[in-house]
Design a protein around this ligand. Structure first.
Ligand SMILES: [Zn+2]
Length: 452
């Protein structure tokens, strides 16, 4: 009897230790995710493909073919949502000039990004969330500006997702501002994103997160023939591309090389996305992009912003950057019939859940630190409430063992200090601010505060 009681106690206590805080879905976010239409996404992809090519050096004046027709159509689609936003949505072109002798674009060229800004409902909330995809496409050759370059998946899928997000989110209110961007210039050197990132830096935008969606609709791999539309990658940098001496010193002191802001964002996307989107698992890839490569989030990282790339798990190189043709019985080219629209729908939901939850959440807690000064096997965390935005109802303390990639526990506390019976030597911690509906900020990785 005594033995049974003891083992019961053991089971109970292990349950208590492993118990996670129950986090409810916000029905309003769930509703928005459910509104994402696979048919709309397919229609957008097919419309983008209909412009024949969106090559950066293609025709800008032809109303039905070339990159000019594409950006005008995107701007027009985004603008349709202005009435529903009650004037909060602003849609415009951002023009820039690239190219010159000896460059991949060998002559000066004016290009346009399409930027839709959904202003936050709280005018004192200065936070900005950026979500982008690239509108340009390419075929095999860098300078082939007239050949068929459908770019259905690369990156018609990303642009279609953004159009759907603008449609659904413009009719709702969020505390923070959301900026939806369809950039040009990606295929010739990330020009459109570089322009936006340096503009954001120059104008001091308070970007808390930047999500680059580039190729989110191909579910099968070439060569290895894998097929999976239940898995999506989020790439995030570890040691930041932009790091001051002070940041580097803190990273070394805290062993925080796996806790950059980009990595916190990646973990946030996984947790929030999987909370709202069924049958989708987020695989975090702990590198900035694919091996030796970069994307439109990279210039934002280089300017010191928190930016990640969302990308399909399996790539098909018969489709990417190829002229559509039947070669040895294999259909090559990035054609719309090979996009998995159900997969794009889910990946759009991942974006929506993330940005909605983040845009509704309080600001992050500030001056977060682990209290040091005495030898103890417990950990005391201390932080200050944010001075702007929604007032937090409380805070989540996140923790994981140092070798674990993902947070293992999430504990809700109130006040500005918490002491947990776990050693700071053996665990990493994070702190999130949450409102009374559970919308949480991104996690802040604590530094050190001295015992007073
Ligand atoms: Zn791309």
């Amino acid at each position: 009897m005594r033995k049974i009681f003891l083992s019961l106690l053991l089971v109970l206590s292990s349950f208590l230790i492993n118990a996670q805080t129950i986090i409810n879905r916000d029905p309003e976010i769930k509703k928005m995710v459910d509104e994402i239409s696979r048919d709309n996404i397919e229609k957008s992809v097919r419309e983008l493909v209909s412009f024949h090519t969106r090559h950066n050096m293609s025709d800008q004046d032809n109303p039905t073919e070339g990159i000019g027709a594409a950006w005008s159509w995107i701007k027009n689609e985004m603008s349709k949502n202005i009435p529903a936003s009650e004037g909060r949505l602003d849609v415009k072109f951002e023009d820039y000039t690239v190219g010159g002798k000896g460059q991949r674009i060998p002559h000066p060229l004016h290009l346009k990004n399409v930027v839709a800004t959904l202003k936050g409902s709280d005018t004192t909330d200065g936070r900005i969330i950026v979500i982008s995809a690239h509108l340009d496409s390419r075929a095999a050759l860098d300078n082939d500006s007239t050949g068929y370059a459908p770019g259905a998946n690369d990156d018609g899928s990303g642009v279609a997702a953004i159009l759907e997000l603008v449609r659904i989110m413009s009719a709702r209110k969020f505390s923070a501002t959301i900026v939806f961007i369809a950039v040009s210039g990606e295929e010739h050197g990330l020009y459109g994103a570089k322009f936006m990132a340096s503009k954001a830096k120059r104008e001091n935008w308070n970007i808390i997160a930047m999500l680059n969606n580039d190729m989110i609709g191909n579910s099968g791999s070439s060569e290895t023939l894998l097929n999976d539309n239940m898995r999506i990658r989020v790439f995030s940098e570890g040691v930041p591309a932009f790091e001051t001496e002070q940041m580097a010193a803190l990273r070394k002191y805290t062993s925080g090389e796996n806790d950059s802001r980009a990595r916190q964002l990646a973990r946030y996307i996984k947790e929030t996305g999987e909370r709202y989107v069924e049958q989708l698992n987020v695989s975090l890839v702990f590198r900035n992009d694919r091996f030796g490569r970069g994307g439109d989030h990279t210039p934002f990282c280089q300017e010191g912003f928190t930016a990640v790339r969302i990308c399909e798990y399996n790539e098909n190189y018969d489709r990417t950057h190829k002229i559509p043709a039947l070669v040895n019985g294999i259909q090559e080219g990035d054609l719309p019939e090979y996009v998995d629209y159900e997969y794009v729908r889910k990946n759009t939901g991942l974006n929506l859940a993330t940005i909605a939850n983040l845009a509704l959440a309080p600001y992050e807690p500030v001056n977060c630190g682990i209290v040091t000064g005495g030898l103890t096997n417990k950990t005391t965390l201390r932080w200050e409430s944010p001075s702007k935005g929604v007032k937090p109802a409380g805070y989540y303390i996140l923790m994981r063992e140092t070798y674990q990639p993902l947070w293992e526990k999430k504990i809700f506390v109130t006040g500005n200090e918490a002491t947990l019976p776990y050693s700071k030597d053996n665990y990493f911690f994070g702190i999130q601010a949450a409102d009374n509906q559970g919308h949480e900020s991104m996690a802040v990785f604590p530094g050190q505060v001295k015992r007073q």
